[in-house]
Write a protein that binds this ligand. Structure first.
Ligand SMILES: Cc1cc2nc3c(=O)[nH]c(=O)nc-3n(C[C@H](O)[C@H](O)[C@H](O)COP(=O)(O)O)c2cc1C
Length: 208
């Protein structure tokens, strides 16, 4: 039985365009994986706190040296990582806010990047420890960025996921959502890509 982890990051929660696209993918994917377990982590509804020195210290300290607050912080990070480890498929709804990823996603990444747990350094450089997973990213933007130098979001998310071992990552974009002339077409194109991806047995080519 497969497990899918859906991470929503829109501040608009269920009303977000990225959440809706992620929901559409999960709905279509479920049709061909009826026994699958789907876990939803909504960072808009329940934001992950910013990483602080105390929290980061909890990741490094020996058990005897941790404060009660650090025990709690470590358990919180462990729970996020356990959830991620269980997932075969990861779906992320990814709006662009002020040229970057939602700060809630950055905070989530800060809590799952753990040396010796999700990555390690070897003589040959970093080694991601979360192998064997595939990820689907549903990126929504008011403007047009895909394929340009202004799209730092795509490289950041792809590089971070690869760093922790998730190298099979596909992006679907819905861009120009603030442009009346483009919005409907962009959402329709994204929905077609979603249907193809959710039902594909072989990888499909998508603009990245
Ligand atoms: C606070 C805020 C900042 C935004 N910044 C950008 C931006 O830098 N570039 C862009 O193309 N769109 C920007 N947008 C538009 C969103 O990317 C667009 O509305 C997207 O659909 C939001 O996804 P969501 O509905 O899932 O939250 C911004 C929207 C908000 C609310």
């Amino acid at each position: 039985m497969k497990t899918l982890l859906q991470i929503n990051t829109s501040m608009f929660v269920e009303g977000g365009q990225s959440t809706r696209l992620a929901n559409q993918f999960v709905h279509a994917w479920r049709a061909s994986h009826p026994d699958a377990e789907v876990i939803v982590r909504d960072l808009g509804r329940e934001p992950v706190p910013h990483l602080t020195a105390e929290r980061f210290g909890a990741f490094l300290a020996k058990a005897d040296d941790r404060s009660p607050a650090q025990d709690e912080a470590l358990a919180y990070s462990d729970a996020l990582i356990d959830e991620l480890k269980r997932a075969d498929v990861i779906v992320i709804g990814l709006p662009m806010y002020n040229f970057g990823v939602p700060s809630t996603l950055k905070a989530y990444f800060d809590h799952i990047a753990r040396a010796g747990v999700t990555f390690s350094y070897t003589a040959n450089g970093p080694l991601g420890l979360l192998s064997g997973k595939e990820a689907y990213i549903f990126a929504t933007r008011g403007g047009l960025y895909a394929g340009t130098a202004l799209d730092t979001q795509t490289a950041y998310v792809r590089d971070f996921l690869r760093f922790v071992g998730i190298a099979d990552v596909k992006f679907v974009y819905a861009e120009g959502l603030a442009m009346d002339a483009r919005k409907a077409g962009a959402l329709a194109d994204a929905q077609r890509s979603i249907e193809d991806l959710a039902t594909a047995h072989e990888p499909v080519a998508l603009a990245a």
